[in-house]
Design a protein. Structure first.
Length: 142
């Protein structure tokens, strides 16, 4: 390689890094914008439906239920445990000075999530047993 090519390579690496960072930021902004736009359109359609029903004298339809996403702690915990074990195994078998602590940290975070999941599931099952007068209520103080 000649001297001109060797001078361009570091600049090219910096440009690639900059484009990658800007691209990730733009993708995140586009995702947030699309999600908000979809939510606003859905709310607008629900509002127009209710106004049309009121104007025609029809009963007002109930508001649609909010889409509640169930948090899947079991899946998150299993993924983190697997990642932790994978990183720990990789660092122990690969030549070099890679710390295996990264794998241990991920493993123990995943293990904590799995323990929390099992405790929560057990509490749910116990609270719905027949004859148990205590039913779970909302966290609201009212």
């Amino acid at each position: 390689m000649d001297a001109d090519t060797l001078m361009i390579l570091p600049i090219l690496g910096e440009i690639i890094g900059l484009v990658t960072i800007v691209g990730v930021i733009v993708l995140v902004i586009m995702w947030i914008w699309f999600r908000e736009r979809t939510r606003r359109l859905r709310d607008k359609m629900n509002h127009e439906e209710r106004v049309a029903a009121i104007e025609k004298g029809l009963p007002v339809p109930p508001p649609p239920p909010d889409p509640i996403r169930q948090r899947n702690y079991l899946m998150r915990g299993l993924v983190l445990v697997a990642l932790g074990l994978g990183f720990a195994f990789w660092s122990l078998t690969s030549p070099g000075d890679m710390p295996w602590g990264i794998g241990a940290i991920l493993f123990f975070i995943g293990l904590a999530i799995l323990i929390a999941h099992s405790l929560t599931e057990r509490r749910k099952k116990e609270s719905y047993l027949p004859g148990n007068e205590h039913r779970p209520v909302s966290d609201s103080p009212l």
